[in-house]
Write a protein that binds this ligand. Structure first.
Ligand code: PLP
Length: 407
């Protein structure tokens, strides 16, 4: 097929505005390859001829026609995430929630059931309960650490999908992925795992047979707090169906965010290693602090007590802790006194960040519901950044000193 020839174009660009609109655009395909994937902000893509465009539209040929259907920068990120998650393919989304919506929607229809972890991120619980609930998909929430209860519930409910997080939020409970996959398979249910907290550096759920892995790339994969996004990493047969869903729901990731995330992914292992080491050091330091009642961090448990899912010795960048006898006023005192750690509602960035679950992720729960979930009024979640850990310790120590002692 003849390549489109734009060489005559400059002669036709007579008027000033015509030149302003077209001059310099759509150069012949270069005979060089940029080292870094370019950002393609283009909404549409010019084909060599209408036949080629027709074939791309019809899915008979790879290519791009319209960014909601696919974009080269976004595709580069999808390929990178699939390579890290060791899945056959991946599809990017405008946020982690959009990725979760598509991953679940791809498995269920009205009348189906889902079994999900009770420890899920609040918005995921609301998505299942409110949005899918309204669509006639009922979810049963259970404690996935109780494998007997999971067996019983799966046998009773016969769900289409089992959904859980590798490491839960905010109490950093670790899921026994191989055992949960085995139970799901026995009951012919698909497994969907949110791997946002662990990242593929620590845990690769597909190795244990998980069907679909979801990320909020807003967190560790992007890593710099400057790009909201999500991704579904899955099998070759599911990815096209999920892409179709993206085309129709329009929850696509923009090329600029895709590029930022792709850049973040390159340093994932370096950042994550430092964040995990900082988190481990802070967890140990907090354990010994007189104002701290309890510390939650998977690295504090003997390795034999953890599910066998970690690829190496790193145990995550999130630590949670209970300030002894603290309630809202004392925690606010602590948050106000911090100078380096940022009290913000996200995690996984290069900055150390703290969050008060009772005010944010779990604010809609009644105090007794929060207590039942193990979320006390003095609980703080910390996402370790890459700063020098001595500075973080000094900051936390000073802020804890500001908290009035328990009455
Ligand atoms: C574990 C987990 N999954 C999904 C999400 C949703 O991601 P996003 O904010 O990118 O939509 C979050 C957000 O905090 C999260 O913590």
């Amino acid at each position: 097929m003849a390549e489109r020839d734009d060489s005559a174009a400059p002669r036709l660009l007579r008027g000033f505005t015509t030149r302003a609109v077209h001059a310099g655009e759509r150069p012949q395909r270069p005979d060089f390859t940029p080292t870094v994937t370019p950002i393609y902000p283009s909404v549409s893509f010019l084909a060599d001829d209408p036949e080629t465009q027709d074939a791309v539209f019809g899915g008979e040929r790879e290519g791009y026609v319209y960014t909601r259907h696919g974009n080269p920068t976004t595709r580069a990120l999808e390929i990178a995430v699939a390579a890290l998650e060791e899945t056959e393919d991946a599809v990017a989304f405008g946020s982690g929630m959009a990725a979760l919506l598509a991953a679940i929607l791809n498995e269920v229809q009205a009348g189906d059931r889902v079994v999900a972890s009770r420890d899920l991120y609040g918005a995921t619980q609301a998505l299942l309960g409110n949005v899918f609930g309204t669509l006639g998909v009922h979810t049963t929430f259970i404690d996935i650490r109780d494998l007997d209860a999971v067996q019983r519930t799966m046998a009773e409910v016969r769900p289409r999908a089992l959904l859980f997080e590798t490491i839960s939020n905010p109490l950093v409970r670790v899921a026994d992925i191989p055992a949960l996959v085995a139970i799901a398979r026995k009951h012919r249910a698909r497994t969907i795992v949110d791997n946002t907290f662990a990242t593929p550096l620590l845990v690769t759920p597909a190795r244990f047979g998980v069907d679909t892995v979801v990320h909020s790339t807003t967190k560790y994969l992007g890593g710099h707090g400057d790009a909201t996004g999500g991704v579904v990493a899955t099998t070759r047969d599911r990815a096209p169906e999920i892409t179709e869903l993206t085309k129709l729901t329009g929850a696509v990731l923009g090329p600029f965010e895709a590029w930022l995330t792709l850049r973040g992914v390159k340093t994932l292992s370096l950042r994550m290693e430092r964040q995990c080491r900082n988190a481990a050091a802070l967890a140990i330091w907090l354990t010994e602090h007189p104002r701290i009642a309890q510390v939650y961090y998977p690295g504090l448990a003997p390795p034999a007590d953890l599910p066998p899912i970690f690829s190496g010795e790193l145990r995550g960048g999130i630590v949670a802790f209970d300030i002894a006898g603290a309630g809202r006023d004392e925690v606010f005192c602590f948050l106000r006194a911090l100078r380096i750690c940022l009290p913000v509602t996200t995690l996984g960035d290069v900055y150390t960040m703290v969050l008060y679950p009772a005010m944010s992720t779990h604010r809609t729960l009644l105090p007794e519901e929060r207590a039942a979930a193990g979320i006390g009024d003095g609980l703080v979640r910390l996402s370790a950044g890459i700063e020098d850990v001595a500075d973080l310790i000094e900051d936390l120590d000073r802020a804890l000193d500001c908290v009035p002692p328990p009455r």
